[in-house]
Design a protein around this ligand. Structure first.
Ligand SMILES: *Cc1c(COP(=O)(O)O)cnc(C)c1O
Length: 351
């Protein structure tokens, strides 16, 4: 608190990211990072960036990168927006497309940054409860609204909504923007991007942080028809004309060009997820069906908070949310196979 703070600053309730311990040797399964290093082509692109390129400002429109993303999804470059991590893309979306007189809708259990942006930009919102299986019930979104945003697969549950359900949501809400935050779609879902030509109210948001192992690079993007993308460009050019630095643009492009690294890395995460979920089941955990790079698991007898603290003592950090409905769950990022084995070994001693 300070007399120098603005009224807005006094009222802010900032997002708290998962911890990033700097010095300890830990098995870090708390922020859904990739356990595998990015494609070697990404590192080569970073090394090959010249001093002359860094002397100049980056391309403010990231044309080469947007063109490559557009090709991947069979879209035009004008249907792609890129930002400094998908968090920035989502923040611009709240201001540029979701701030209307009616409240926006999102699930009661979801990415906890949504309420933070809504408060920051004074966007009214209403939280729609997940059903008893922790799944999104599309029929419960049949209420007048100023927009809808949801992650698919949802976070922190990992539960996937089928493309047919998303289509229904889009048809049900022709007059509001529906934002599908697909941060984890590459680990087992089908992207809604294929529906963009049919729906002028659909915005799909992706990140290179999870499935492309580039959380440290900060690159995310949005896909949608030109009018939606234009709104994001307008907001961006009132905030920061150069959200992606030159290194990030080169490296992100190199990542998109290495399809075989991408396929192998997603497959190995999926394989480890299936292995770990079997082991957890055998230890008395119930895991929600996950299409993401993490498991949301609850133990029949042991309290989640106790397990969280005991794992930490053993050098394993997972994520625990002390929130209604999910305070008996642990969110466990899928690590390397040795990481997963270490987790199982420690859990056996604790249970
Ligand atoms: C990780 C995550 C993001 C943010 O990703 P960045 O691109 O690293 O900012 C956005 N949405 C969800 C649901 C996430 O889990």
């Amino acid at each position: 608190m300070s007399r120098f703070w603005s009224d807005i600053t006094h009222k802010l309730d900032p997002y708290v990211p998962g911890e990033q311990p700097q010095h300890e040797r830990l098995v870090k399964l708390n922020t859904n990072e990739s356990p595998i290093e990015p494609s070697p082509q990404v590192l080569a692109a970073i090394h090959n960036t010249t001093g002359d390129a860094l002397r100049r400002y980056p391309d403010p429109e990231s044309v080469a990168l947007r063109t490559a993303i557009a090709q991947r999804f069979d879209l035009a470059p004008g249907q792609v927006f890129v930002g400094n991590g998908s968090d920035e893309v989502l923040a611009h979306t709240f201001l540029g497309l979701l701030k209307h007189p009616r409240p926006i809708l999102f699930p009661d259990i979801t990415y906890s940054f949504y309420t933070v942006w809504a408060d920051l930009y004074e966007v009214e919102y209403q939280q729609v409860p997940l059903n008893e299986h922790f799944a999104i019930d599309v029929d419960s979104y049949r209420v007048p609204n100023g927009g809808i945003i949801l992650p698919n697969p949802n976070a922190p549950t990992g539960v996937l909504l089928a493309l047919a359900e998303i289509r229904q949501l889009l048809e049900q809400n022709r007059d509001s923007v529906v934002v599908i935050d697909e941060a984890y779609i590459d680990f087992g879902g089908e992207s809604a991007a294929a529906l963009i030509p049919e729906f002028d109210n659909l915005l799909v948001v992706h990140t290179l942080s999870k499935s492309r192992a580039l959380a440290g690079l900060r690159v995310g993007y949005a896909l949608g028809q030109e009018t939606l993308i234009e709104a994001l460009v307008r907001v961006k050019n009132c905030f920061n004309s150069y959200p992606l630095d030159t290194i990030a643009q080169h490296a992100a492009l190199a990542s998109l060009e290495d399809e075989s690294w991408f396929q192998q890395s997603c497959q190995s995460v999926v394989n480890n997820r299936e292995w770990l979920s079997g082991e957890l089941l055998a230890l008395g955990f119930h895991c929600l069906p996950s299409a993401a790079n993490f498991l949301f698991a609850s133990h029949g007898e042991k309290r989640a908070e106790t397990l969280f603290a005991a794992l930490r003592e053993e050098g394993i950090i997972v994520r625990y949310f002390n929130k209604p409905r999910i305070d008996q769950f642990l969110r466990i990022t899928i690590g390397t196979r040795p990481d997963c084995e270490r987790l199982v070994e420690v859990l056996k001693t604790l249970l």
